[in-house]
Design a protein around this ligand. Structure first.
Ligand code: PGA
Ligand code: ZN
Length: 406
């Protein structure tokens, strides 16, 4: 087992872990990183720095080899978690770093699948029925994912196709992206062809005009292709909550700067959902406001009200949200908890309580495609992994390949 330093799509350093099997095959996983992180996520790397995380994995690798620790089933990942958690007792993995454990577990998973001569998705899947998830496609974006004077306050405007085949869904997302580009060129006079960290189009249009444009594209493409297409957004509201108010800087054409208190934010989000028939809204409030989530959900039971920063893939926080009826959907990002086992625990809990799970990439990605395998292997109905860009297409193309296999 060897750990090394690589770059993610935002040109930040991250860790890659290579596991070598007895037949000398090598399996590698590089970890992604978020920009608009939830405050309850584990640390990406050791608080002593990335070098410490790399050294730790290398020492751990030697221990695993010396003690001839065997990994044969998914639950065997517990063997490595036990060693790590004995060494780093902090809840946020501040000594080891979540990305080290995440990359290590993913490479072990790939190696175990190989020893059974199957791909990772098949190793994880316990039924014969294969479901390829529907993709949430980030077409127009803003928030913390772009540096630009005038930008969307909301982070991601998403298209959500609902087709029988992943092939049709990814095609539809691409058409929607192209149409968004064409319309932005026409309507956004200040548009500079800039893209966000996730390769979405970084408009200068205000939030509401952009949502209207999304709704127009949805309606046009439904007519044109006779396929089901929905829209939604990751509002990522923690990013502009200042502990008292939500500070909008591009609220509307007439009034760009606007502050909304908690109650006003609830009213505003409720209005946006209804006016634009939003199928999906992620993080409509800051990441501790379980109560406002619950109020919005009670008024919009048909919409997926999803928790990302609210939950951080943490089973305890998910349980709290379930008790408080805050969400009916949850983002699963395994590197938020630095552990495939804990991510799976959150996923199982979501399923038990009818919370719709969505597996997701990070804004700083690598070309690794393991989340495509986790999506199929864990039978997750949706995946959020962008529309274009090499690191996003790595996952989309893998899902297309798995679908062809079916
Ligand atoms: P992040 O953003 O990867 O920068 O945290 C993605 C998201 O908020 O869903
Ligand atoms: Zn999010």
């Amino acid at each position: 087992m060897v750990a090394k330093r690589v770059m993610n799509s935002r040109k930040e350093e991250t860790i890659s872990v290579i596991v070598e099997t007895e037949d000398r095959k090598k399996f590698e996983t590089s970890a992604p990183s978020g920009k608009s992180k939830g405050k309850y996520e584990v640390n990406d790397f050791s608080n002593k720095g990335l070098t410490f995380s790399i050294d730790f994995v290398n020492v751990l690798g030697k221990k695993i080899a010396d003690e001839r620790i065997v990994f044969e089933t998914f639950d065997d990942l517990n063997k490595v978690e036990k060693i790590v958690r004995e060494y780093d007792k902090s809840s946020n993995l501040e000594l080891v770093g979540g990305n080290s454990l995440y990359a290590l577990e993913c490479s072990l998973l790939k190696a175990m699948a190989h020893s059974y001569e199957v791909e990772p998705w098949k190793f994880l899947l316990r039924t014969n029925k294969i479901n390829v998830p529907m993709p949430l496609g980030n077409a127009i974006g803003g928030g913390m994912h772009v540096k630009q004077d005038k930008k969307l306050d909301f982070q991601e405007m998403l298209f959500i196709p609902k087709t029988d085949k992943f092939f049709d869904a990814s095609f539809l997302n691409l058409q929607a992206y192209k149409e968004a580009k064409r319309l932005l060129k026409e309507k956004d006079k200040k548009w500079k062809s800039k893209i966000t960290d996730e390769n979405a189009l970084a408009t200068t249009l205000d939030n509401e005009s952009t949502l209207k444009l999304m709704a127009q594209i949805r309606d046009d493409l439904r007519d044109k292709f006779k396929m089901k297409l929905e829209i939604g957004m990751d509002a990522a509201c923690s990013g502009f909550w200042n502990r008292i108010k939500y500070t909008y800087l591009n609220f509307s054409k007439e009034q760009p700067v606007k502050n909304l208190g908690k109650a006003e934010q609830l009213e505003y989000l409720d209005k946006l959902i209804k006016e634009n028939k939003l199928f999906y809204v992620e993080d409509p409030f800051y990441g501790d406001d379980f109560e406002s989530f619950a109020k919005l959900l009670s008024k919009n039971k048909q919409t997926l009200i999803c928790g990302d920063d609210l939950i951080c893939t943490n089973p305890d926080r998910l349980f709290e949200a379930i008790q408080k009826k805050s969400i009916n959907s949850v983002i699963i990002k395994p590197n938020q908890v630095g552990s495939l086992l804990v991510a799976k625990e959150a996923l199982d809990m979501a399923r038990k309580y009818d919370i719709v799970p969505i597996i997701s990439h990070r804004s700083g990605e690598t070309n690794d495609n393991i989340i495509a395998h986790l999506a199929v292997g864990w039978n997750i109905p949706y995946i959020k992994t962008g529309i274009t860009g090499e690191e996003r297409l790595a996952k989309i193309n893998e899902l297309l390949r798995i679908e062809r296999y079916c």
